[in-house]
Design a protein around this ligand. Structure first.
Ligand code: DC
Length: 221
């Protein structure tokens, strides 16, 4: 099964790069961040997300089960039976995801859902722990990164395109804070798998990044 594990810090462009690589390879892209976001949002609706015991109980009761479906190759993410695809791209969902993704009960639940999906078809799976936990035996593992300044600059450009006027230093501080949190949590922290290939996209265009990953995928076929 040609499963591709793609990990890396926030803002490295994983999601858009993964979409394009998967499209060109004719396989599906599983965005696991979307699953943590859906879970975080639902947890926040039902409990205090700072309360690990309460969130873990919700997991045991099956109330935070996340499922995904695909329509024309586009992922739809469901939690508690509701399609939350349109709700998970907010700052609030990102913060909730970052909080609940620290809890082992949440990780166990979502990791097994991701492993079950990966067994059914070849997929490109992006996240933080794919090469190290979810798909330890993936034939292709990529760690996509970029310097914090480059990631903050891209985020700035995205927000400016939306008509916002954000402050670069504030965005850079946010990028660094998210890195710290993702890399220092106890449960499955973000790290580069020993057998992953590092792609540093700081000075690469989108197309060059896509090509670099396609080359690695084709070499493994
Ligand atoms: O990639 P993203 O911003 O959509 O991820 C949202 C949060 O979920 C982020 O704080 C890290 C967490 N996450 C995780 O812990 N493990 C994954 N496989 C994917 C995301």
């Amino acid at each position: 099964m040609l499963n591709i594990a793609l990990d890396g810090p926030v803002g490295a462009g994983k999601s858009t790069v993964a979409d394009e690589v998967a499209r060109r390879l004719g396989i599906l892209h599983l965005d696991t961040g979307a699953m943590y976001r859906a879970c975080g949002l639902e947890a926040a609706r039902l409990a205090d997300i700072q309360d690990e015991a309460a969130v873990s109980r919700l997991c045991e009761e099956g109330k935070l089960q996340v499922t995904v479906t695909y329509t024309d190759g586009v992922q739809h993410t469901f939690v508690g039976g509701r399609d939350v695809t349109g709700l998970i791209r907010t700052q609030e969902a990102g913060t909730a995801a970052s909080c609940v993704s620290r809890y082992p009960a949440v990780r166990r639940m979502l990791v097994s859902a991701q492993q079950a999906l990966a067994q059914t078809m070849p997929m490109l799976i992006d996240g933080r722990d794919i090469g190290t936990v979810v798909l330890k035996n993936a034939p292709v593992k990529v760690y996509l990164t970029a310097a914090p300044e480059a990631r903050a600059r891209r985020r700035l450009a995205q927000l400016q395109e939306k008509g916002e006027a954000p402050d670069f230093e504030a965005i850079l501080a946010e990028v660094n804070a998210r890195d710290w949190q993702d890399m220092h949590r106890e449960a499955d922290p973000l790290r580069c798998a020993d057998d992953a290939v590092v792609v540093d996209s700081s000075d690469m265009t989108f197309e060059q990044t896509v090509e670099a990953i396609l080359t690695l995928a084709k070499a493994a076929e």
